[in-house]
Design a protein around this ligand. Structure first.
Ligand code: 26M
Length: 821
């Protein structure tokens, strides 16, 4: 029976208590007297699963019977975070569960802290995949996420003497209650070896791949519970194992050690998530990871397809759409060609027609160092048959290029799937564009740049292939669950259906001017800040005041994201305060959270500099606590959930043209932080919705960045032209922040001056500083600030991932909703 709030599930507090205690006994093997917090958490998860699993099988049954078209979201990353709060929220059982636990002597918020984050992703791209599968289930679309069951997710970051240290993440060391192993759906994946050409009696050629190795893929399913819904989709993650069919000869010959070595290799494949974000390293194991999960997923898709359609592949592209989350799963394209031709006996034309109508590709970045290229020799070694297929795709594609631009060899060199040179490379982006029926960017400006700057010739050939789908975030996790104070206030004010229909938040607009509402809104923010004050103390020992402006910069550490612009500005503020302690200035707390790729030297130096500057400033009595700087270690989803509700200012300060979209920008604006940002990525669309007057926009635009670079940008002009810039940069060469070690922070200065300042930090410095002055001034008028904050929340409806998914459905996927009883 539907509950009052329209949820499908109704479990009373009493029933929930019974279930938790029973699971404590029967699932966890302990009892109420001696159970640890971890056991209580596990029992609560088991109680939730009792409700989830029946809905899971009901959904699977319905999808099978109705044989509906489904989207298959292929991603090397799913940054899920914790699942307890989300699952309870989706079932509408959070309050009852909290009450049940309370009556059993426990706080649900404390127990929730026992859950390790599922950190199977690096950052934006992985978290987007997690928001998307939440929305797909919530909107009742048939969908399945495919990825890798990494034993170790993104490294845990600790800070020692100011420097980042990486430690392994072991999210499932003691088991994970949310996943179900499905050994019956295990797949075999061939690797290495050689290709034999067989001449058939009828004169035709057949290719036979004799793999040198075979590994097993074992699927683990994570149920994805739709909001209020009856749909429970799955995220299927593949774990690699040694195949028992392989190398028994060596084993029998007594080469037990060799067989062990084979096992180690096989189990290495899903061992660890590569911690790079936006840089391509070209390692063989990474290629094997990509192929491993694509091959397993395509076999899984094929098994399900054949159950309904047998060997008639004419309906394949009607039933199946495969979304490629960036180029990382591109090898799925030649793999599907191989399966159709070598295993199912289709000819090239038929196989290619199906492939080209089944794949769609999302681009997440324009950075040249992030565009995936694989050395031809690696493909030759690992996937010899796929290399042949890629060559044939290329041969036929270049014929098309010749037809469009006869005799234009320069075009062919640019568009070829193969980059010629000392080391021949396969261009995965080009392969994706050629093999997909749609290509999308992730924010309006980014999608324009994909057409004009990244793939202009492809756009000329196939203009209708290119579309935009602006990113979004799930309001269930990023407002309802993480910010209960604001959520309750919103629901009291405008009703409680906004988490499923986020544009309803506009009903808050008339309240932006009302002093009574402003007071309650700012009170919620203040209580969130007070909670964060405690967290900051526990994690870093730094004491901060909730009266200060909380300025938050949380994202992966990268030069283009310009954490060092923020740092230089902090140094400028510090200088001004030292020169003029009575300066008109509302106190500020600058909060940073960021992981650096372990091999990214300058990124690590920036983390070090932030920590050293923080030490000096936080302990300088002369500035009387007007400035605090905090670097929070081990930034991750669960920490974001504490920072975002407490943010006053949201730093989104990338060089215009470099941040494809950003999604943290949406989360913070939704939670009432005002954006300090450049006109880049989704910031532009946030400004359209929230109004520029409710943000602090600064810096060069995309066109101005291009002009500045074209004219020949010289950072020294800004160094000599602005005494404050010179002073703060020179400060980094002294031992002021690193006593006894002058020059310990000089790497940043050198990259900006000798390194040419590729991301125009110095060019935007002054404008950034002016924007901060406006923000500081405005904060003193609490009413004006409250009004702008409320208008941000009220006007973020566009940025729900539900809207993104509806855009994908309309522009790319053509799915139909499938109601589950
Ligand atoms: C590459 C090679 C080897 C290992 C890992 C990688 C790799 C991993 C992640 C490369 C890029 C990765 O992610 C890029 C990313 O997160 N891009 C972000 O995507 C978000 C969602 O669309 C956008 O909001 C961000 O602007 C964009 O930077």
């Amino acid at each position: 029976a539907p509950t009052a709030e329209g949820f499908a599930v109704d479990v009373s507090v009493e029933q929930f208590k019974e279930s938790i205690v029973r699971n404590l006994n029967t699932t966890l093997g302990t009892d109420v007297e001696k159970a640890s917090d971890k056991a209580w958490w596990g029992a609560t998860a088991a109680a939730v699963n009792e409700l989830v699993f029946s809905r899971l099988s009901q959904t699977q049954k319905t999808h099978l019977n109705k044989d509906t078209r489904a989207v298959h979201y292929l991603s090397l990353e799913f940054l899920m975070g914790r699942l307890m709060g989300n699952n309870l929220q989706s079932l509408g059982l959070f309050e009852n569960a909290a009450q049940a636990l309370k009556e059993l002597g426990h706080e649900i918020t404390d127990l929730a802290e026992e859950e390790p984050d599922m950190a199977l992703g690096n950052g934006g791209l992985g978290r987007l995949a997690a928001c998307f599968i939440d929305s797909l289930a919530s909107l009742n679309y048939p969908a399945i996420g495919y990825g890798i069951h990494y034993e170790h997710g993104l490294f845990r970051q600790t800070i020692q003497q100011g420097r980042q240290i990486e430690r392994p993440d072991s999210w499932r060391e003691y088991g994970n209650p949310w996943e179900i192993c499905r050994p019956e759906s295990t797949q075999e994946v061939p690797l290495f070896g050689y290709v034999e050409t067989v001449f058939e009696n009828d004169g035709s050629l057949r290719k036979v791949w004799h793999p040198g190795s075979v590994i097993k893929g074992v699927p683990w399913d994570i149920p994805i519970v739709g909001y209020k819904g009856t749909t429970v989709n799955i995220l299927r993650l593949w774990e690699s194992r040694a195949s028992e069919f392989f190398d028994w000869d060596a084993f029998n010959a007594g080469a037990y050690k060799d067989a062990q070595g084979e096992q180690n290799l096989a189990e290495t494949v899903s061992k660890v998530l590569y911690p790079n974000d936006e840089t391509e390293a070209g390692k063989q194991l990474r290629l094997v990871q990509q192929y491993f999960f694509c091959a397993c997923s395509l076999k899984d898709i094929m098994r399900r397809y054949k159950r309904a359609h047998g060997n008639d592949f004419s309906k394949y592209a009607e039933q199946i759409v495969i979304q490629l989350n960036d180029t990382h799963p591109t090898v799925a394209i030649p793999e599907l060609m191989r399966v159709f031709m070598d295993e199912e006996g289709l000819n090239w034309e038929d196989a290619w027609a199906i492939c080209q109508n089944a794949f769609a590709y999302t681009n997440h970045t324009l950075l040249p160092e992030a565009l995936e290229k694989w050395p031809v020799y690696l493909f030759e070694r690992v996937l010899p048959r796929h290399l042949e297929i890629i060559y044939e795709i290329n041969r036929r594609f270049l014929d098309e290029v010749e037809a469009q631009w006869p005799g234009d060899d320069a075009k062919k060199i640019k568009l070829s799937l193969i980059e010629e040179g000392a080391q021949r490379m396969i261009r995965m982006g080009n392969l994706c564009v050629v093999g997909s029926y749609k290509v999308n960017g992730v924010a309006a400006v980014h999608s324009e740049l994909v057409k004009s700057d990244l793939f202009p010739e492809f756009y000329e050939m196939w203009p209708e292939k290119f579309v935009n789908v602006t990113n979004g975030v799930t309001p269930r996790r990023w407002l309802k669950a993480c910010n209960p104070r604001l959520s309750s206030l919103i629901s009291e004010t405008i009703g409680s259906d906004w988490p499923g229909q986020l544009d309803k938040l506009v009903a808050l607009k008339p309240y932006a001017d009302k002093p009574a509402f402003q007071k309650k809104y700012m009170q919620a923010k203040r209580e969130n800040k007070l909670e964060l004050v405690n967290t900051i103390r526990e994690l870093t020992g730094v004491e901060v005041s909730p009266d200060a402006i909380f300025d938050v910069l949380i994202k992966r550490l990268h030069e283009y994201k310009r954490q060092h612009l923020n740092l230089l500005h902090i140094l400028a503020l510090y200088r001004r305060l030292l020169e003029n302690p009575n300066m008109d200035f509302h106190p500020m707390v600058f909060l940073f959270g960021a992981k650096a790729a372990p091999g990214y030297k300058l990124a690590k130096e920036i983390i070090y500099a932030i920590n050293k500057v923080a030490d000096r400033i936080n302990n300088d009595p002369r500035i009387k606590d007007k400035l605090k700087v905090v670097f929070l270690p081990n930034y991750r989803v669960s920490l974001a959930e504490k920072l975002i509700p407490a943010a006053d200012l949201s730093e989104q300060i990338s060089t215009a043209g470099y941040e494809a979209s950003g999604t943290g920008n949406m989360k913070m604006a939704l939670n009432g932080a005002l954006t300090m940002g450049t006109m880049d990525g989704a910031n532009i669309e946030i400004a359209e919705e929230a109004g520029e007057e409710n943000m602090f926009i600064f810096g060069l635009s995309v066109d101005e960045v291009k002009e500045t670079k074209a004219k020949g940008y010289n950072p020294w002009d800004y160094y000599y032209g602005n005494p404050e810039i010179k002073a703060v940069l020179d400060w980094l060469d002294t031992d002021y922040f690193t006593p006894g070690e002058p020059g310990a922070l000089s790497a940043i200065k050198r990259s900006l001056l000798d390194g040419g300042d590729p991301y125009l930090v110095l060019a935007d410095f002054e404008s950034y500083s002016e924007a901060h002055k406006r923000a500081n001034e405005m904060y003193k008028d609490q009413k004006a600030w409250a009004k702008s904050a409320i208008l941000n929340t009220a006007q973020m409806g566009k940025f729900t991932s539900d809207r993104s998914i509806e855009d994908y459905v309309e522009r790319i996927w053509s799915l139909k909703k499938c109601d589950v009883k």
